[in-house]
Design a protein around this ligand. Structure first.
Ligand SMILES: N[C@@H](CCC(=O)N[C@@H](CS)C(=O)NCC(=O)O)C(=O)O
Length: 222
């Protein structure tokens, strides 16, 4: 059960944003209700650039998470906060070594793949640098494939892998991987090349916490 009412816990986010999707999964895994505040990243030139939103996050990026006493940006910081504040359904393993390993996997997605394909990067490529749509798609697919191939190699050989990235309960690594795989499919990257990652994705999607966090199930979904 949640410690606060839905009105007190708020997630400013966008249905298709993978950083937002990570946090929705974690909130669901922990059984925490929240108020969904949509921020449309394309409409009106991008609602993330409004003065109102930039007062919440000067970086003009979703998600922003807030509950009494705390307002946070950066999805990984939010996931770690939730895990420390609400220890039910832990998102990190027990030992310090295993926790570092799980963070390593999560950061491989969050630092090495996702930032290169963020909306503002793609807008800069096509708008400022005049890159064609075909070249922009090549860019996106290149960085996704490079990152996913490395993760596939890493996880395929990992003795710590279970049904999920680490063992048989979901961790922050799965919270990051699943949205990245959704993103990959949006950009026509075939998951058949990554059988280990695809199997983890299927295991995650079978859990209501992941299924309910899916972009297609959100109130602002188009
Ligand atoms: N490292 C940040 C990334 C946040 C981020 O890049 N959010 C994207 C959506 S996934 C965004 O708001 N993009 C808006 C833009 O590029 O203008 C996090 O993990 O929260």
């Amino acid at each position: 059960m949640s410690a606060s009412s839905t009105e007190e816990r708020v997630l400013h986010n966008y249905f298709r944003s993978s950083a937002s999707y990570r946090v929705r999964i974690a909130l669901n895994l922990k059984g925490l209700d929240y108020r969904y505040v949509p921020v449309h990243l394309n409409r009106n030139g991008g609602e993330q650039f409004s003065a109102e939103f930039k007062a919440l996050n000067p970086h003009a990026l979703v998600p922003v998470f807030a509950e009494p006493g705390v307002q946070l940006t950066q999805s990984l910081a939010i996931l770690e906060y939730l895990d420390e504040k609400y220890p039910q359904a832990p998102l990190l393993p027990a030992s310090v070594e295993d926790r570092a390993y799980v963070r390593q996997l999560a950061l491989a997605v969050a630092c090495e793949i996702h930032p290169l394909n963020n909306l503002r990067v793609l807008k800069y490529l096509s708008g400022t640098l005049g890159v064609s749509d075909a070249a922009k798609n090549d860019w996106v697919q290149h960085w996704i494939r490079l990152g996913l191939a490395a993760l596939e190699a890493e996880l395929a050989r990992s003795p710590r892998r279970g049904v999920f990235c680490f063992g048989d309960t979901p961790t922050i690594a799965d919270c990051c991987l699943v949205p990245q795989l959704f993103n990959a499919q949006r950009f026509n990257v075939d998951l058949g090349d990554y059988p280990t990652l695809a199997a983890i994705d299927r295991a995650c999607q079978a859990l209501p916490a992941f299924a309910q966090a899916h972009p297609a199930r959100q109130p602002d979904s188009e």
